[in-house]
Write a protein that binds this ligand. Structure first.
Ligand code: FAD
Length: 277
């Protein structure tokens, strides 16, 4: 069972708990991005099992009036077993999601996976006419060129700062430089895209920057934040903008919970306070 200390960041262990989280978020004006926790499967059968769960989940979402979508990780859908396995497994999930009217996001993992992830995104979003989105990372030096590639495609793009420690030859490692790149890329997204821009950040400065760009260019955008992080701000921003909360769930919650605590020690204090209050 999910201990209360983890429930600040993880929606629960079952599909039912994830759908319940989506319902509660929707009641407060926020959409849900549901992610089944799992990554780096060496055996294709495990990727297949997670794809089965996603197929069931998108079917369940489709039978409700929930404002909810899903976000999948390439290595969860078999990328470690090869790009073909990933492409086949992803297609299966996106086909079913499209039938059910549910949007599918593809998370971005470390730089060794970028090409395979973008190729798979491009194939799926062309096939389905834009019911798929992909994440790009501002810390990678290649990202401007990747954004230019995606500008002509249907679908959505989520811009994040980047969660993986990458080598300095291919990535900005200084936080200020990453912030600068994030601002530049947001500028490009708002200028060059017709819509479908997702600001995946908790940073008030980046959200203000996006607000200014929206006022200037009129491009539609949404804000995405993680479950358990700046939730008051999420509900507040939802009065003005489309806001989605990325809510992970499933039995493999332990390493995700450790990651949230490790990246910001205040997160542990928040989680503990949530139990004692
Ligand atoms: P940071 O630079 O970490 O923080 C900037 C400011 O934001 C802080 O000074 C503070 O004011 C505020 N802030 C940040 N965290 C907190 C907190 N816990 N409590 C209070 N204030 C806070 N990364 C990937 O590499 N691939 C992905 O597919 C991916 N998907 C993501 C999806 C979503 C919806 C989100 C929100 C992030 C995702 N990330 C992904 C993670 C991302 O790359 C960053 O590591 C993460 O979002 C931290 O960067 P930040 O922009 O929030 O700001």
């Amino acid at each position: 069972m999910l201990p209360p200390i983890a429930s600040r960041f993880v929606a629960g262990e079952s599909d039912a708990a994830a759908l319940e989280r989506a319902r509660r978020l929707n009641d407060r004006g926020v959409g849900a991005i549901l992610n089944l926790l799992g990554e780096h499967y060496d055996r294709p059968e495990r990727a297949g099992a997670d794809a089965d769960t996603y197929e069931r989940l998108v079917g369940d979402i489709g039978r409700t009036d929930l404002d909810a979508c899903v976000s999948v990780k390439p290595s969860q859908l078999g990328l470690d077993a090869g790009a073909d396995t990933f492409r086949r497994t992803l297609s299966r999930v996106v086909d079913r999601a499209d039938e059910a009217g549910v949007f599918v996001w593809i998370d971005m993992e470390d730089h060794t996976t970028t090409d395979a992830t973008l190729d798979a995104f491009e194939a799926e979003t062309r096939r389905h006419g834009g019911t798929v989105g992909v994440c790009l990372q501002a810390n990678l030096r290649r990202t401007r060129a990747d954004l230019e590639r995606l500008a002509g495609l249907p679908g959505k793009v989520r811009l994040v700062k980047g969660a993986y420690d990458e080598p300095a030859e291919i990535a900005y490692t200084d936080h200020q430089r990453v912030n600068e790149a994030y601002r530049d890329h947001l500028g490009y997204l708002f200028r060059a895209f017709d819509g479908g821009v997702a600001v995946g950040s908790h940073d008030p400065a980046m959200i203000e920057h996006a607000r200014g760009l929206h006022d200037e260019y009129g491009t539609d955008f949404e804000i995405q934040m993680l479950m358990g992080v700046r939730e008051d701000a999420q509900f507040e921003l939802a009065r003005e903008f489309d806001v989605y909360q990325y809510a992970p769930y499933g039995s493999r919650w332990l390493s995700y919970f450790y990651r949230r605590v490790a990246e910001r020690k205040e997160n542990l204090a928040f989680a503990v306070r949530a139990i004692v209050n």
